[in-house]
Write a protein that binds this ligand. Structure first.
Ligand SMILES: *Cc1c(COP(=O)(O)O)cnc(C)c1O
Length: 387
C-alpha cells in the first residue's frame, strides 16, 4: 500500500513523547495537572441543551440537513453580527454555518490553493492554517509573530517573490497561542495589503467573546473594505462552551462564501439540525453567561500571570482569549522545559515549538482548567521554583 505524498508531507506529531509520558504517569496513579488543553471546562448552558433535546425529538430534524444550514440559523448569525459588531450581512449570500470553524479553515484552502500556491500563515499559529494548505498541495509561508511587533505579522517584510505566489493570507485575533489582540488599524493595513497583491484574507476569530477588563475585540468584518477582501471564521465552541457540538460559521465576501459552500456541498451533508437549533438558541438567547464566564477566565488569567512572573517566566497579561504565553526561563528549549515540569512537578504546559519555529522559547498555558486544579497547578509551579 502506498500513501499519498500529501500524507507524507504532514509534519510529525510534536507531542508524542510528552503524551506518552502523561499516560504512563496517570496509569501509575500520579496526579497530573494539565494547562495544555484549550477546551472550556464548564458545560454548555442549560437553555441551549434544552433546545437541543427538544429539537432532537422532532422527526423533521432526523433527516438530511441542507448543506448551507437552516435559513433561521443563517439569519441568527447575521443578527448576532449586527448586534455585536454593527455590521449587516446578507444571510443567504454572506453567511455559511460550519461543522466547527476548524472544518471551514481546512476546507478554505481547497477554494484558493492550487498545487504550489502559497498561503501566508502566522508562526506561531493554530496548526490547521498550514495543514489545510499542505492538504491542498500548497505551501505555507510562515510569517513570524514576534513580541517586538506585538505578535502582529510584519507584512512589509514578506519577500516580493513570495507575495507573487501567494493567494491566501491567514490572521487570527485574539490570537492563539500568543494571547495578542489586533485593532482596526491593523485590519485596515491587512485590507490594503490584500487589495494591493490580490490576496484573499481569512480571519479566524473564535475568541472575540472571551475578553477581559471590559476590552471588546473587533471583528475583521468591521473594517472598511473587509467585505471585498475576505471572510471571517467564528465559532460557538469558545463563546458558548460548545466545543463538543461542532458548530461555527464563516461570514463575509459573497464570492468566497460561495466557493466554500461549493466545496462543502461536495463533502459533507450539513450540520445535524438539532445542533443548528441549539446554535440559534445560543446566538439569540440570554447573553449574560458569556460575560460571567469571561470574568471567571479573567480571575484565572490574573492568578496565572502573577505566578508566572513571580517565578521568572516573563508573561504579558492578555486582554482576550484562553491562553497565557510565557517565556521559558534560561536557555532551555520549550520542549525540554515542558518535559522538566512534567517530570519534576507533574504539570503539563504546551511547548511553543508545537505552534511553529517562532514559538520556540515560549510555553502556552490554557485558562480552561478547573479552579481547584488551577490552584494546585500554581502551587506546584511555586514549589518547582523554590526547589
Ligand atoms: C478553538 C479554535 C478554533 C475553533 O474551532 P472549532 O472547530 O469551531 O471548535 C478555531 N481557531 C482557533 C485559533 C482556535 O483556537
Amino acid at each position: 500500500m502506498r500513501l499519498s505524498q500529501r500524507i507524507d508531507g504532514l509534519p510529525p506529531y510534536f507531542f508524542r513523547e510528552i503524551t506518552r509520558k502523561i499516560s504512563e504517569k496517570r496509569a501509575r496513579g500520579e496526579e497530573i495537572i494539565s494547562f495544555a488543553i484549550g477546551d472550556p471546562d464548564s458545560p454548555t448552558p442549560a437553555h441551549i441543551i434544552n433546545r437541543l433535546c427538544q429539537a432532537a425529538q422532532d422527526p423533521a430534524n432526523h433527516q438530511y440537513p441542507e448543506s448551507d444550514g437552516l435559513p433561521e440559523l443563517r439569519r441568527a448569525i447575521a443578527g448576532w453580527y449586527e448586534k455585536r459588531f454593527g455590521v449587516s450581512l446578507d444571510a443567504d449570500k454572506e453567511v455559511l454555518p460550519l461543522i466547527g470553524a476548524k472544518e471551514g479553515v481546512v476546507h478554505a484552502a481547497l477554494c484558493f490553493i492550487d498545487p504550489g500556491d502559497i498561503a501566508l500563515v502566522p508562526d506561531p499559529g493554530y496548526p490547521p492554517y498550514a495543514m489545510g494548505t499542505i492538504l491542498a498541495d500548497g505551501r505555507p509561508y510562515y510569517m513570524p509573530l514576534t513580541e517586538e511587533n506585538d505578535f502582529l505579522p510584519d507584512l512589509e517584510t514578506i519577500p516580493s517573490d513570495v507575495i507573487k505566489q501567494a493567494k491566501l493570507l491567514w490572521i487570527n485575533y485574539p490570537n492563539n497561542p500568543t494571547g495578542a489582540v489586533a485593532e482596526l488599524d491593523f485590519f485596515n493595513r491587512v485590507v490594503k495589503f490584500a487589495r494591493q497583491y490580490d490576496l484573499a484574507v481569512c480571519h479566524d476569530g473564535p475568541y472575540t467573546e472571551v475578553a477581559f477588563d471590559d476590552y471588546q475585540p473587533a471583528s475583521f468584518i468591521q473594517t472598511e473594505g473587509a467585505m471585498e477582501a475576505g471572510i471571517e471564521f467564528h465559532s460557538l465552541s469558545k463563546s458558548y462552551n460548545m466545543t463538543g457540538w461542532r458548530i461555527g460559521m464563516a461570514v463575509g465576501n459573497a464570492e468566497m462564501i460561495d466557493a466554500l459552500k461549493r466545496v462543502k456541498s461536495n463533502m459533507d451533508s450539513g450540520i445535524p439540525q438539532a445542533i443548528q437549533y441549539a446554535a440559534i438558541e445560543a446566538l439569540t438567547g440570554p447573553q449574560d453567561l458569556v460575560r460571567e464566564r469571561s470574568l471567571r477566565y479573567q480571575r484565572r488569567r490574573d492568578l496565572v500571570v502573577d505566578m508566572l512572573n513571580d517565578i521568572g517566566l516573563e508573561t504579558r497579561r492578555p486582554k482576550a482569549g484562553l491562553y497565557v504565553w510565557a517565556k521559558v526561563p534560561g536557555s532551555h528549549t520549550s520542549l525540554e522545559f515542558a518535559n522538566d515540569l512534567l517530570e519534576q512537578v507533574g504539570v503539563v504546559v504546551t511547548p511553543g515549538i508545537g505552534f511553529g519555529q517562532n514559538g520556540e522559547g515560549y510555553v502556552r498555558l490554557s485558562l480552561t482548567i478547573s479552579d481547584a486544579n488551577l490552584v494546585k497547578g500554581l502551587s506546584r509551579l511555586a514549589g518547582w521554583h523554590n526547589r
